[in-house]
Design a protein around this ligand. Structure first.
Ligand code: SF4
Length: 144
């Protein structure tokens, strides 16, 4: 196993994008970074540059305005990469599903690897989703 593969497995870097949401899932995702949940103890680091990220964590539903930004972030991420949809809105559109400008869940515009249901999911469930995404990334790396 090369150094990049090893570091990706031991210390995945994530990028978080909040689409249209009530901010509930956004806040629970950020709670993962606090000392109470301390996601960094698993080597998981939140970054601001998509070019450095292995996992895209998306909260909220996709709409006609944010879809371009979401796709732009995804396309800048290097392969292999994974997408985690966090919360009912990111999974299906949730309470925003019938809104005039909403396209639905993330799956409608990007390939989603892990769905974390709930409104809103607890930080433990979000961290579980990220760990599951790591397995997906490792599977993709093996197929390359
Ligand atoms: S799933 Fe619930 S908590 Fe999360 S953004 Fe949607 S409405 Fe808010």
């Amino acid at each position: 196993m090369g150094i990049i593969e090893k570091s990706r497995k031991k210390s995945p870097w994530i990028i978080h994008y909040d689409c249209t949401s009530c901010n509930g899932c956004d806040i629970e995702t950020l709670a993962c970074l606090t000392p109470l949940y301390d996601v960094e103890r698993f080597g998981i680091v939140n970054v601001g540059n998509p070019k450095h990220a292995d996992v895209l964590v998306v909260t909220g539903s996709v709409n006609k305005r944010n879809v371009r930004v979401l796709r732009n972030i995804y396309e800048q991420m290097p392969d292999p990469k994974a997408v985690v949809a966090v919360g009912a809105c990111a999974c299906t559109g949730g309470v925003f599903k019938e809104c005039y400008n909403v396209l639905g869940g993330v799956e409608n515009v990007l390939p989603v690897d892990v769905f974390v249901p709930g409104c809103c999911p607890r930080p433990e469930a979000i961290m579980d989703g990220i760990v599951m995404a790591l397995e997906k990334i490792n599977d993709k790396a093996k197929k390359k």
